[in-house]
Design a protein around this ligand. Sequence first.
Ligand code: MN
Length: 499
Amino acid sequence: MENQNKKNDGSNATLVEILDLMISRGPEDVALVQKAHDFAKEAHKDQKRFSGEPYLVHLIGTAFNLAEMQADPQTIAAGFLHDTLEDTKTTPEQLLKEFGSDILFLVQGVTKLGKIRYQGIERHAESLRKLFIATAKDVRVVLIKLADRLHNVMTLEHVKPEKRRRIALETIEIYAPVANRLGMGQMKGALEDASFPYAYPKEYEQTKKILQVKNQEILNQLEDVQRVLRKRLVKENIIKIKSDFRVKHIYSLYKKLLRNNMDVSKIHDIAALRIIVSTIEDCYRVLGIIHSTWRPLPSTLKDYIAIPKINGYQSIHTVIFTGSGEIVEIQIRTEKMHNEAEYGIASHLAYDELGKPDAGGTLSKKLRWLSQLIEWQKNVKGSKEFLENIQMDFFQDQIFVFTPKGDVIELPQGSTAVDFAFAIHSDLGEHVSGVKINGKFMSLDHEIKNGDIVEIQARENSRPTYKWLEYAKTSIARRRIKASLAEQEESKKRSQRNK
Ligand code: MN
């Protein structure tokens, strides 16, 4: 086992470090990135940042963040050039001549996205919409925007206080959710953690204290667990493993504390032991070994390998009691899942043998939800509604389905036609007789998928049965079904008495 160390955070990177990080590093790739660096240096030579440093520092920082998320050389080069059209005399023709149409497209994409500001709820929705549409067109544009923003929030100390807070808030409200939705765990965490002290200073200090105290306690526990587990795994012949300790991002800890009335004793994943193995089969073997060594905390096992999160995240999480009665979390995943969890959509831009990004396959599958979202938007009138439809729940495990008229209904993943009917109206739910999904008759327990068009058929004399309680996943549907069942019992009794 080896422990992985944290590298340079990119706020003060160099061209050499960027070249070191690049996966694809043929001579042309190096030459391209070098050329973009030199071009940007010259174009921005008279500009300074708030810190007084040359503007180039920001461009290196942006390109570094892109290299770290394993972006391709074109995207890294565009990272160097992303502010040339807006802030310098550089023309599109020049970029086209020097770097070609692909890079020009990326830089123009970033420039068109422009300044995304957090200005109340209406503008907020617009900004999200802009980012999503840009993502659907070419995800690399949004990767550059995220890399650019990350460097900006990492150097916020040089910005005036009022502006600082606005930038921090819009990062937390707009950019981080987008990174999360693209499965970029590392980017999301970095954006939030850099913004947290400026967005909510008091809460930040409070959380920092909690983290400092608890973290050391738990890391000691985890080291013991790691030692014992290592021996067991070797005995079982599971040798190709890596393990490290994952400390929860501070903003994410704060959010979880909020959900638990600031009660830190309820949070078991402040630090977690992470086991990375080569195959899915090994993930389950490791899980078995863990559970036969320590007692798991009931109902804490989460199998995101069998059922990935909607943003694609895969891992097994389990919480165990250690020998000394403490509670710790262990996460098990393959190397591939690990890369996907850290870099999300960016990890699918990995190259084929020809060094070209993999635009088909996995990536386009991952992006299908995006084009659906944009389709759905057409059915939604104002930006406020759009926001209400996508905010929070959208970024969690929610699906969006349609009525035949095109109204959007939002449901938790795993919902069925029964949930759908009750979500529309209790009257409809209580009289469901059949369901058509995308025009085909389906059984009532059929799981509805994102983007399905669901048509409920109702009959006056249809009533819920006990079976329906198994079909219904949402609490509202279950509550109504129970009420209806009780009513049916009641009226049966009444009619028997009247005989
Ligand atoms: Mn910039």
